[in-house]
Design a protein around this ligand. Structure first.
Ligand code: PLP
Length: 381
């Protein structure tokens, strides 16, 4: 159960509010999995990189994982613990810097491994190979790395057992917002194809996409799979969830600035927050975020479309229904807005980026960062 937001009328909108208590609940849940099984759990910064809360998260997690140099550097500088990196392709010009800030490096091909092996081994880094069991478990191919012709991970047919010397781990990442039934399928496929190489390895990374902190997640089943696997193969298991760390731990608060189409079949409220700029996954996935006090279209008395202030015709957050017609100045509170929001937002149309506010465990609101014209301008020339 999440606590109830206090009065927000003092806050400028748009702003993201991140709930420190919810984050603590999530990482405590993850820490329980780690301590009961001996696995190690890393924050996938790709989903959530609010480094202001890294001092809290690092009390419970073993480190971070990064998709490349800048995330690795952020994890190294602000989180500490272990810094893992996986990149679909490392670049020569970045590699020394990556070595300087990381402990574990995961490669995406044997060509890359051969190219960088000497430098990585000389620096004493623990190196692994991402493999691809090619057993899809998802409906949408946008988030399923296990589809045919995926560029992510080495399939068994391209795996080079003779080139494994120096590798100490294998990595697979197959899931997105999934439960243990999908992990069981991916893990069985991984083990069937790559299990015979594990006696040379000291760790196996099960990737992310484990929705561990969702209320219906089967934590006991996860624990059992990790324990059985790590005993069977004498390896340390890593999980690197992003979503699960900050799941349902944040809000995006917005204000109604105008209402158009009054008297038509579909009135439209224009908000000061944009789908395409501030919650791009709403359009990319796509999905419709939960909104406090509102139902889906047609459920309550009045159905209203909520749109953003950009000139993109499709900048629509969704159609929602209300018992009372929203009016100018009303606050709109969108849920589950900590993950894949701040890390993906942009200033298209010169939109202001939402403030970042931390709702502390003591119920006070701390404005962590505010953005302005300079943030828009500094990415252009
Ligand atoms: C995206 C990703 C993660 C995190 O995924 P979540 O769905 O946010 O848990 C972890 N590892 C890799 C390699 C990823 O690409």
């Amino acid at each position: 159960m999440r606590r109830v937001l206090p009065d927000l009328s003092d806050l400028q909108t748009p702003c993201y509010i991140v709930d420190e208590q919810a984050l603590a609940d999530n990482v405590q849940c993850l820490a329980g999995v780690a301590s009961d099984t001996g696995c190690k759990i890393l924050l996938a910064q790709k989903a959530f990189s609010m480094f202001a809360v890294y001092p809290l998260l690092r009390q419970y997690l073993h480190g971070t994982t990064a998709s490349g140099l800048y995330e690795a550097r952020l994890g190294h500088e602000y989180f500490g613990g272990e810094t893992h990196v996986f990149s679909p392709a490392y670049q020569d010009r970045e590699f020394d810097e990556i070595l300087a800030v990381s402990d574990h490096l995961v490669f995406n091909s044997f060509a890359q491994w051969r190219h960088f092996k000497d430098r990585a081994m000389e620096a004493g880094r623990s190196c692994g190979m991402r493999v691809n069991p090619q057993r899809p478990t998802q409906k949408s191919s946008l988030y399923d790395p296990c589809t045919q012709n995926s560029r992510l991970g080495v399939p068994r047919s391209a795996f080079e057992p003779d080139a494994c010397e120096g590798l100490s781990g294998l990595h697979f990442h197959c899931l997105c917002e999934q439960n243990t039934d999908a992990l069981a399928i991916a893990l069985a496929a991984f083990e069937e194809q790559f299990g015979s190489f594990l006696d040379q390895m000291s760790w196996v990374n099960f990737g992310g996409g484990h929705h561990v902190t969702r209320s219906d997640y089967d934590i006991d089943h996860l624990k059992q799979m990790i324990e059985d696997f790590s005993h069977r193969h004498s390896v340390t298991v890593y999980l690197e969830p992003g979503e699960a760390v900050a799941l349902d731990a944040g809000y995006l608060i917005s204000t109604v600035i105008d209402i158009v189409g009054v008297g038509t079949d579909l009135p439209i409220a224009i908000l000061d927050t944009s789908a395409t700029c501030h919650m791009p996954d709403v359009l990319e996935v796509p999905y419709q975020p939960r909104l406090t006090g509102a139902g889906v279209a047609g459920e309550k008395k009045i159905t209203v479309r909520l749109g953003g202030p950009t000139c993109l015709a499709g900048d629509i957050i969704g159609d929602y229904s209300f018992n009372v017609m929203p009016k100018i100045g009303d606050r709109m509170v969108f849920h589950d807005m900590a993950i894949y929001t701040m890390v993906k937002n942009n200033t298209f149309n010169g939109m202001r980026l939402p403030d970042i506010v931390l709702w502390k465990a003591d119920n006070t609101m701390q404005i962590v960062k505010q953005f302005g014209y300079e943030d828009f301008k500094n990415r252009l020339s």
